[in-house]
Design a protein. Structure first.
Length: 480
C-alpha cells in the first residue's frame, strides 16, 4: 500500500475513533499500530493498563468490515470486553466453555454471515484442530493476542497451550498480520513473546508504562499490625473506590475482617472463595467500595473511577506491580498507588514462589510412577488416575496435579486430544503418552524458571530500598 493510501486510512481511523469512542485524537502507539496493520506487518505493542490497546485490534476490523480474531486468557475478561464493544455498537462474539450448544451455534451463524467484527477465544480453544479447521475459512483481517505477558508468565507455568500458539497460528493464519498486546514486557519477555508467536520481524511499539495521572508512594513499616493500621487509615481517608492487594489468602481475610468491623463497604477475592465472582460484580457495580484481594483479582477489570491501589506487602515482580497499579485512574483523574511493606514480606513472597514450583524429589517419584505404569513405551495410551498416584507416592491431589501439569508442558508426556474438548489442567481422566524425556532436563528447566521469578522479586526489593521512582521502572522495562 502506498504512503498516501495508508495516510488516508489512518485519517479515517482517527475520525471513527473520535466519533465512536469519544477520543480527541489517537494515542501515538495506536497510530503506529494502525499504520503497521495497514502495511500488513506484525507488531508487539506495550502500553499502560487503560491505554486503549483494544482499539489497536478493534479499529482494523471496523475499517475493513471484516473480523479480528482475539486470543484472550480469561472468560470473565472476554465477556467484559465483548460487553464493552457491544455498548459502542460493535458486533463482538466469543466462544467459551460456559456457553450452551444453542449459544455456540448462534455465534457460528453470525460469524459465517459476516456480521461479527471481533471474535474472542481462549488459547485452549485454538488448540483444537476441528475448531481451527472451521474458522480458517472465515474472513479475518487480523489476529490479536491480548494480555501477551501471559505467554512468558503462564506458558511456562500453568497454560501450556500458550507455548504452541505460534504453531497453531502459522497453520491456519500465516497470511494475516498479527499483533501481541500487553501492559508489561521487558526486552527478554518481548523476545520470548515474539518467538512463541512466530511473529515475522515485528515492529515493537511502546507506549508509557505508568500513566502520568498515577502517583506512586511507598513506606517501610516494621510491624505487621502497624502495616494493617496504615491500610485502615488510608481506606478511611480516601474518597472513592479502591483495591487493597495482600500477599496471601490469610492476609486478605484478616484485612477484610478489619475493614468490615469498622463499617467499610468491603469485598474480598481469592481463589478459595466460592462467591468471588459475586464479590467482583459487587465491586464493579459500586455495591462495595473496597476490594481486598490476592493477585488473582484484576485482569481486565474495567472500572474507570478507582482512586487508589494499596499493596500491603511486596509484589512478586515489577511486572505484577505495574499490572495492578494500572487499574487505578483509568478515567484520567489523579489516582495514587500506595505500597506498605515490612522486611518479612520479602520472605513471604519468596516462599510463595518456592511453593509454586514442584519439589525435585516429588517430581521424580511421579515421573517414575508413570514410566513404570506403561513400562517405558512411548506408544501406549494410558489413563492417569490421580488418586492412584496419591496412594503410591503419598502426595496430595493438588501436588500431583501441579507435577503432572509441569511434566506435560515440558514435554515429558503429551496429552492425546479428545476431539471437541479443550485441554484443561485436570488429569483425573487425562489420556496421555509418556515419552522417554530426560528427567534431568525437566528439573533443570523448572529450576531455571524458578530463578527467573526470584530475580524479579530481588529487583522489586532493591527498587523499594532505593528511590522508588517511575524512571527506575521505565528503565527496568526498557532493559537498562
Amino acid at each position: 500500500m502506498t504512503t498516501s493510501a495508508a495516510d488516508a486510512k489512518l485519517a479515517r481511523a482517527s475520525e471513527l475513533a473520535c466519533r465512536m469512542f469519544d477520543y480527541e485524537r489517537l494515542y501515538q502507539h495506536q497510530e503506529e499500530s494502525l499504520r503497521n496493520f495497514v502495511m500488513g506487518e506484525d507488531a508487539l505493542i506495550t502500553a499502560a493498563t487503560g491505554g486503549g490497546k483494544s482499539l489497536c485490534f478493534g479499529m482494523p476490523a471496523i475499517l475493513e468490515e471484516k473480523t479480528t480474531l482475539v486470543i484472550s486468557p480469561l472468560i470473565a475478561l472476554i465477556r467484559d470486553q465483548v460487553a464493552q464493544w457491544r455498548a459502542f455498537g460493535v458486533t463482538a462474539e466469543f466462544f467459551d466453555s460456559l456457553q450452551s450448544i444453542v449459544e455456540r451455534r448462534q455465534v457460528w451463524r453470525n460469524l459465517e454471515s459476516g456480521q461479527v467484527r471481533i471474535l474472542y477465544i481462549s488459547p485452549e480453544r485454538l488448540a483444537l484442530p476441528s475448531f481451527r479447521k472451521r474458522i480458517s475459512g472465515l474472513d479475518f483481517c487480523l489476529i490479536a493476542i491480548d494480555e501477551a505477558h501471559c505467554i512468558p508468565e503462564w506458558g511456562h507455568h500453568f497454560r501450556p497451550e500458550y507455548r504452541n500458539l505460534g504453531r497453531y497460528l502459522m497453520e491456519s493464519f500465516d497470511h494475516l498480520p498479527k499483533i501481541a498486546l500487553t501492559a508489561t514486557a521487558t526486552p527478554t519477555a518481548e523476545k520470548e513473546i515474539t518467538e512463541a508467536l512466530l511473529l515475522k520481524s515485528p515492529n515493537v511499539i511502546r507506549g508509557r508504562w505508568v500513566r502520568d495521572n498515577l502517583i506512586l508512594k511507598s513506606r517501610k513499616i516494621q510491624k505487621v499490625e502497624h502495616q494493617f493500621n496504615t491500610v485502615l487509615q488510608k481506606v478511611q481517608d480516601i474518597e472513592g473506590p479502591g483495591i487493597v492487594y495482600a500477599q496471601t489468602r490469610k492476609r486478605v481475610d484478616e484485612i477484610y475482617g478489619m475493614l468490615k468491623n469498622v463499617g467499610v463497604q468491603v469485598g474480598r477475592y481469592h481463589s478459595s472463595l466460592r462467591d468471588r465472582q459475586e464479590n467482583q460484580n459487587d465491586f464493579l457495580s459500586g455495591k462495595v467500595n473496597v476490594m481486598v484481594a490476592t493477585n488473582a483479582f484484576g485482569m481486565g477489570i474495567n472500572k474507570q473511577d478507582i482512586r487508589y491501589i494499596i499493596h500491603c506487602g511486596i509484589p512478586g515482580s515489577a511486572e505484577q506491580y505495574i499490572q495492578e497499579i494500572g487499574r487505578a485512574g483509568r478515567d484520567g483523574q489523579e489516582a495514587t498507588a500506595y505500597l506498605f511493606y515490612n522486611p518479612r514480606d520479602y520472605h513471604i513472597q519468596r516462599l510463595l514462589i518456592e511453593k509454586s514450583f514442584p519439589d525435585r524429589d516429588h517430581l521424580a517419584s511421579v515421573y517414575e510412577y508413570l514410566r513404570a505404569e506403561i513400562k517405558g513405551s512411548a506408544s501406549l495410551c494410558e489413563t492417569i488416575a490421580v488418586q492412584n498416584i496419591c496412594a503410591k507416592t503419598g502426595l496430595d491431589e493438588s501436588a500431583i496435579t501441579s507435577i503432572l501439569t509441569w511434566l506435560y508442558r515440558l514435554d515429558a508426556f503429551s496429552r492425546i486430544e479428545v476431539e471437541g474438548e479443550p485441554w484443561e489442567p485436570e488429569f483425573s481422566s487425562a489420556r496421555i503418552l509418556v515419552s522417554r524425556s530426560n528427567l534431568g532436563r525437566v528439573c533443570a528447566t523448572i529450576e531455571k524458571r524458578q530463578e527467573v521469578f526470584m530475580q524479579r522479586l530481588r529487583w522489586m526489593r532493591q527498587w523499594l530500598e532505593s528511590d522508588q521512582d517511575k524512571k527506575a521502572l521505565e528503565m527496568y522495562f526498557n532493559g537498562k
